[in-house]
Write a protein that binds this ligand. Structure first.
Ligand SMILES: Cc1cc2nc3c(=O)[nH]c(=O)nc-3n(C[C@H](O)[C@H](O)[C@H](O)COP(=O)(O)O)c2cc1C
Ligand code: SF4
Length: 420
């Protein structure tokens, strides 16, 4: 069931050796790409139908075309390696185990769009990733995969590594760009989008680590062949960060269309406690929590969108029956309360309100009124917050109000009993 496309070299090469990478097929896709026309490269990406792997699932080729059609001197390629969401650890694995692959994807993007400069914005706590990526950039530069007149093809592109500012919201693309510019990591009002007004006001392609890492494979096999993997609309493979009450924790690469049950049972080996799995959180802390009986659902973008959840980053957090749902929701809400940047009222005040209300549920002090207030507050935040953090922070609550409503009702009854 596993399909190793972008993880195929992991644990087979020394990540600190460019020679090892090249011996295992590395930089062959870049050589192939620069031997074709720029638009052919983008056409191949278009045919592959690849969508961003960082969460929102936006088609990569649309961004590439948007950047390529602008004939400005300065355009940027930015790799989002902030990976701050609890439950996600796939980008760190790629950076630490096969770092050249990410850079190769960025150089191919630069060639296709005529961008001259790039940045990799890495979560500040990832010391090892930072160290490895810096080394990787130096190695690539020494071999003329970066710098002037790359591979004698007359195009220039260079990369800088930047350490993240230590805040989860800096992974949101506009906040990340602000942070890269040296400002506080807060979102911008959109539009305009980064492909027209991005870093330092210039057109910018920003993609996730996994998205860039998939490009060499797409160029190698061709867009049509890549599109045959997965489902017709969610093509290719996805890295899944599997964690929680599961035997085999780790990152697994699977084609889209595989069910969560298969991943949890076959790759994850089932519950690690002998207790029954009660629920699973999809995507990470900002994703929905679904009951065990829904695990036959397959992994693809469309299914996630049904939950109004843009959390395709690919985490599965498995929770067994020992855990109190309110304990979990309270932890999630406290995380978002802490991470809210404070710029807009629904998120700044809403996350405090959600945290306080959930605490009443957790401490058996909840009333019907708390339930109504939780529900309306969550919807207001979802619909009116300025950026994805506030919009998605109540997703776990909204989903549990739907799938575990009985648990809320029982807790209110128990609270009344204790009061009496
Ligand atoms: C609060 C928040 C945090 C985010 N964190 C990340 C992150 O750590 N890494 C990432 O690639 N995308 C993150 N995103 C999504 C980015 O805004 C953006 O959609 C993504 O970098 C685009 O790349 P992709 O199209 O390759 O997915 C985050 C979004 C939000 C709202
Ligand atoms: S939604 Fe939250 S994180 Fe985003 S701008 Fe508003 S306060 Fe800041």
């Amino acid at each position: 069931m596993e399909m190793k496309l972008i993880t195929k070299r992991i644990d087979k090469i020394d990540p600190l050796s460019i020679d090892d990478y090249i011996e295992h097929g590395g930089y062959a896709s870049l050589k192939k790409a620069v031997g074709t026309k720029r638009l052919d490269v983008i056409e191949s990406v278009e045919k592959s139908k690849i969508r961003g792997r960082g969460g929102a699932g936006f088609p990569m080729s649309i961004k590439l075309y948007a950047l390529a059609q602008q004939s400005l001197d300065m355009k940027y390629i930015v790799c989002n390696a902030d990976e701050g969401e609890p439950g996600n650890f796939k980008d760190r694995l790629l950076m630490e185990k096969d770092p050249h692959q990410i850079i190769e994807g960025m150089i191919i993007s630069a060639y296709a769009t005529m961008a001259k400069k790039g940045y990799i914005y890495i979560r500040g706590e990832f010391d090892r990733s930072l160290e490895i990526m810096k080394h990787t950039v130096e190695e690539a530069r020494a071999r003329n995969f970066l710098g002037k007149d790359i591979l004698g093809k007359g195009f220039d592109f260079d990369l800088e590594i930047r350490s993240g500012a230590g805040s989860y919201v800096c992974g949101e693309e506009f906040a990340l760009l602000e942070s890269l510019e040296g400002k506080a990591g807060r979102t911008r009002v959109k539009p305009p989008f980064p492909t027209s007004v991005g870093l330092f006001g210039k057109p910018t392609l920003i993609n996730n680590v996994e998205t860039f890492a998939a490009l060499p494979a797409i160029i190698e096999m061709g867009g049509d062949a890549y599109a045959k993997i997965g489902t017709p609309t969610s093509t290719g493979t996805k890295l899944i960060s599997l964690s929680g009450n599961i035997k085999n924790k780790g990152v697994f690469e699977v084609p889209f269309g595989v069910s969560m049950r298969e991943i949890i049972e076959k790759l994850g080996g089932g519950s690690d406690s002998g207790k029954k799995i009660k629920m699973v959180q999809l995507g990470g802390a900002c994703g929905p929590i679904i009951p065990e009986y829904m695990l036959d659902m397959v992994i693809d973008f469309e299914r996630f969108e049904e939950f109004e959840s843009k959390t395709g980053a690919g985490a599965l957090i498995v929770i067994d029956e020992r855990f109190d749902i309110f304990e979990i929701l309270l932890r999630i809400a406290s995380f978002f309360d802490h991470e809210s940047c404070g710029r807009c009222t629904p998120c700044r005040e809403g996350n405090i309100h959600l945290t306080n209300t959930l605490r009443r549920f957790q401490e058996y002090r909840a009333t019907e009124r708390d339930l109504m207030s939780l529900e309306s507050q969550a919807m207001v935040m979802h619909q009116t917050s300025l950026c994805g953090l506030g919009q998605s922070s109540p997703t776990a609550i909204i989903s549990t109000l739907h799938y575990f409503r009985g648990t809320y009702m029982r807790r209110i009854e128990d609270s009344m009993d204790r009061e009496a």
